[in-house]
Design a protein around this ligand. Structure first.
Ligand SMILES: [Zn+2]
Length: 317
């Protein structure tokens, strides 16, 4: 039988656990609400229960598993298996999660940032398979990222590299959720898309979408763009341009083969992708012009598969 690993994707809302083969195939998965408000001890109990349920569904026990990887929505310390903090998980301050899981489940456990796990999943078996140098940008309420250089996840000095959402694209610009100004997250995250849409409408631009609803979501803006709403189309194009500036800058620094874009916005399709691609093409440097920009392929499974494969890498499997 193929070697088995456990992947855990700990989100602020949902917790997913899976048993994953060495070839990245998911054997069985278990999903439940995280119930983050109940605090770290309860969430840890749920992680352990989730792992055990996934094992049970797969017909195996802890002894059959080589290692477990856990994706965390916040900064971590790889070496110490420590979760420094997690903005969407109240009370998580310096939690030695890997050690706790290892002791209570009996499986060697490793933590990694969730965007890094998703990036690693896409690199191993998704849009980035076969390349050596890859960027991944995850678009959602915030913007996450992963950097893979020469077949290795680049984690930096203490495990917190790859925060592509907080790369500055406009010095002194819009205030970001992190407290700094001009981060790309303040220009191209889902809430920023909605904000740009309303800024234009309030400035007098006419949009059928604005008339149809007061609670416009990022998805609404992208759908309206697909249906030809001129304001929405402009917003999607601008969002692509802002991302393109960040991606081109990173490409100039790192010269990756591809940049994978993940998150709900990729469903917007060609208008969005061509705005990103054109910005990179017009950057004119060789690394930007020759960069391939592709949508992610694994969806919600990227984090699970990546976390499991991260555990394989950590154990030298
Ligand atoms: Zn920021």
């Amino acid at each position: 039988m193929d070697d088995l690993y456990v992947g855990v994707d700990l989100g602020g809302t949902n917790l997913r656990c899976a048993v994953v083969r060495r070839n990245h195939e998911i054997v069985q998965r278990f999903e439940c609400p995280t119930k983050a408000v109940e605090g770290p001890n309860h969430v840890i109990d749920r992680i352990i229960d989730g792992i055990n349920r996934a094992l049970e569904k797969s017909g195996c026990g802890a002894a059959d598993i080589k290692a477990a990887g856990i994706g965390i929505p916040g900064p971590i310390n790889q070496e110490e298996g420590l979760v420094y903090s997690a903005p969407n998980l109240p009370g998580w301050n310096n939690v030695p999660l890997a050690g706790i899981i290892q002791n209570r489940v009996g499986i060697a456990a490793f933590v990694e940032n969730d965007a890094n796990c998703a990036g690693w999943g896409e690199y191993a078996v998704g849009a980035g398979r076969g390349c050596r140098h890859m960027l991944m940008v995850t678009l959602g309420t915030g913007i996450g990222g992963a950097v893979i250089i020469d077949g290795k996840l680049h984690i930096g000095r203490d495990g917190t590299a790859g925060e592509l959402g907080h790369v500055c694209i406009e010095h002194g610009g819009r205030l970001c959720g992190c407290g700094a100004r001009g981060c790309v997250e303040a220009y191209a995250s889902a809430p920023s898309v909605v904000r740009r849409f309303w800024d234009l409408v309030n400035a007098g631009w006419e949009s059928p979408l604005a008339k149809s609803s007061a609670a416009v979501t990022c998805q609404d803006v992208f759908s309206a763009a697909g249906a030809g709403d001129a304001v929405a189309l402009y917003v999607v194009k601008k969002t692509g341009e802002y991302l393109g500036v960040m991606i081109a800058s990173m490409a100039e620094l790192l010269n990756p083969e591809i940049c994978v874009i993940a998150g709900g916005m990729i469903l917007a399709g060609e208008t969005f992708f061509s705005a990103i691609r054109e910005t990179c093409l017009n950057w004119n440097g060789h690394p930007s012009r020759t960069l391939s920009i592709l949508p992610a392929e694994l969806g919600a499974n990227a984090g699970l598969v990546g976390a499991a494969d991260h555990a394989r890498v950590r154990t030298g499997g």
